[in-house]
Ligand binder design. Structure first.
Ligand code: SF4
Ligand code: SF4
Length: 323
């Protein structure tokens, strides 16, 4: 699959299955949290698609070959990759599947899911390790009680998970002191999501969160964890302009942070709460090329990432891997 085809798949974001066999694991993280998805690999490129019956993309299986069609025309041929926990090669675990915040695009506060115990997370990673496919661990979490409470809980997990001998990344809501706690626990990478580079949209869609606090945590994280090991999602499709996204890319890469350009996903649980225009393939390509150019200018390299979305690449056009 070439870059343009992946952009087309990511822009659409969904697929329907001709046979129920290929239904993937329900996801607890990422754009389609709570929905089933599949990972389609073609060449070295990977695309994660939510399984939705009304999708214009269809998946057919011919033996082990997976074929994606649209209106009867073949778009791409490849294979289905089984995720380990949430995504291929990683134990990517959502620790608290609930959140006191209420970001308007996010399904987590609506799902009101499980808060996994320390023991449960350890068991899940143990099982993942037993498959022989564990390459890294990514811990993400909503905020059950407070960012500090979540940070301390996740740090205790990181301490114990170091014994598995693979890189560990953490994505939680930041607070003053978060980086030192996670670094001392043994985390290798962190991700604090800015969500949007447009401050007005941020105030509307992320009530209760502080744009400045996230930026401050990212700046400090880049100094402590080093370049190529700190990440932040910028959602594309919340009404922001390309110029605003480019300014956000400039600012983040200037600090040594790798932005993740994530196509906005209109989750059924948030219907009517936020205006989402799924980005076109052309928009995704243009912004991904701009991001790649800025990363190159700053000497940053997505291939150095050890955990999370820059390793997985399923939801995005990942600089250093896809382009
Ligand atoms: S803070 Fe994170 S998990 Fe909580 S509602 Fe916002 S995006 Fe969702
Ligand atoms: S790119 Fe990130 S959010 Fe998407 S499936 Fe992979 S790990 Fe999950």
């Amino acid at each position: 699959m070439d870059l343009e085809t992946k952009a087309q798949l990511i822009s659409l974001g969904t697929i329907q299955l001709s046979r129920p066999r290929a239904v993937g694991q329900p996801s607890t993280a990422g754009p389609g949290a709570g929905e089933s998805s599949i990972f389609f690999q073609s060449g070295w490129r990977l695309a994660r698609l939510s399984v939705v019956n009304s999708s214009s993309l269809h998946l057919e299986m011919e033996g082990d070959e997976a074929i994606i069609t649209q209106e009867g025309r073949v778009i791409a041929r490849g294979r289905i990759v089984e995720p380990l926990l949430h995504c291929p090669g990683q134990a990517y675990i959502t620790v608290s599947e609930r959140c006191i915040y209420d970001c308007k695009f996010c399904a987590v506060p609506r799902l009101m899911g499980e808060v996994k115990s320390h023991e449960k997370v350890m068991e899940m990673v143990e099982e993942a390790k037993a498959t022989g496919r564990l390459e890294s661990i990514s811990l993400t979490s909503g905020t059950e009680v407070s960012p500090q409470h979540e940070g301390v809980r996740v740090a205790a997990l990181v301490c114990d998970l170091k014994g598995f001998g693979v890189p560990i990344g953490v994505s939680i809501n930041p607070f003053p002191g978060v980086n030192r706690i996670l670094l001392d626990a043994g985390a290798d990478e962190v991700k604090y999501n800015l969500e949007t580079a447009d401050r007005d949209i941020f105030a509307r869609v992320c009530p209760g969160l502080s744009y400045q606090e996230i930026m401050d945590a990212l700046r400090e994280a880049a100094e402590l964890f080093g370049p190529n090991h700190v990440f932040s999602n910028l959602i594309i499709g919340l009404g922001e302009s390309d110029q605003t996204i480019q300014r956000g890319i400039d600012e983040l890469t200037g600090m040594g942070v790798l932005p993740i350009l994530r196509a906005a996903y209109p989750h059924p649980l948030r219907r009517g709460e936020v205006d989402i225009v799924r980005p076109s393939a052309e928009r995704l390509l243009g912004l991904a090329r701009y991001l790649k150019m800025k990363l190159d200018e700053k000497g940053l390299d997505g291939r150095q990432a050890l955990t999370g979305c820059y390793c997985c690449t399923g939801c995005d056009l990942a600089p250093g891997r896809d382009l």
